[in-house]
Write a protein that binds this ligand. Structure first.
Ligand code: SAH
Length: 247
């Protein structure tokens, strides 16, 4: 039986890839992925066959991986971060219904939320949720519902896909909505190009966040009611303070 690995390569730098992901890429014959991600790993895996497909051609990319595996090759389909977080792990299983002779193994990676959280400090130490602002595959009304529910339940919110060329004002729209339920001074964080050239991280208020430009390599964090700034870092207390008071 043939096999395809679906590998999360982490946010960018080779050092942020897990040892297991690196080992699997080393033993594969073919690495399939979106051009930008293949370029991130290419130099570290010389001698591999690299096959790329452009953005938005995800189904084709999956089929390509299965077809290569059918030829008897060891194949890795790579995704940035983790393949199970707004990545291709799900689509691989869906497309895999037509390739029952090929088994799929998902290899986890460091998702942008984790890479970004470490840069900002400790923003996600308490209950948190991930919401993607991309309405390419999800209706905007549903995204709004989830933003409201997350704000009402006081989750720390991590926003993926906060903006793109066609959706420049989505972050502002999301912040306007959150501001109906959360304070203007709620501590927020923004990270760009995590573990890549041009990496930046910034801490700002929810009001300021709404006035900020994000791009497609930005991940955004919105704190809960307790999130605070400690020595320039975004920190969400776990609640030890409360525990100490009760003792
Ligand atoms: N599977 C990926 C997410 C893909 S969705 C993961 O687990 O990280 C694409 C979104 O992820 C981007 O719009 C951005 O919000 C976030 N992202 C991915 N890589 C990033 C990086 N290096 N720096 C900042 N944000 C990143």
């Amino acid at each position: 039986m043939g096999q395809v690995y679906v590998v999360g390569i982490g946010p960018g730098a080779y050092e942020e890839m897990t040892v297991r992901a690196g080992k699997i890429l080393s033993k594969c014959d073919v690495i399939v992925g979106y051009t930008v991600y293949v370029d991130l790993v290419r130099n570290h895996f010389p001698g591999k066959e690299f096959l790329t497909t452009p953005m938005r051609r995800e189904e084709e990319r999956c089929e390509l991986a299965f077809e290569e595996a059918r030829k008897g090759k060891r194949v890795a389909l790579i995704c940035s971060g983790d393949a199970g977080i707004y990545g291709m792990a799900g689509l691989m299983y869906e497309v895999g219904r037509n390739y029952k002779d090929i088994s799929i193994e998902v290899v986890p990676g460091v998702t942008a939320a984790l890479g970004g959280a470490a840069l900002l400090g400790a923003p996600m130490v308490h209950d948190c949720c991930f919401i993607s602002l991309s309405d390419l595959l999800t209706p905007w009304e549903k995204i709004e519902k989830r933003l409201i529910a997350a704000a009402q339940s006081d989750f720390v919110i991590c926003l993926y896909n906060p903006s793109s060329k066609k959706r420049q004002d989505y972050l502002r729209r999301a912040c306007d909505l959150l501001l109906k339920y959360k304070k203007e001074e709620t501590v927020c964080g923004l990270v760009k190009n995590i573990a890549r050239d041009g990496e930046i991280s910034e801490i700002l208020t929810l009001k300021e966040l709404g006035e900020t430009k994000a791009d497609m390599f930005t991940t955004v964090f919105v704190g809960n009611q307790e999130t605070l700034v400690i020595q320039g870092k975004m920190v969400t207390p776990r609640g030890y303070d409360r525990e100490r008071k009760e003792i």
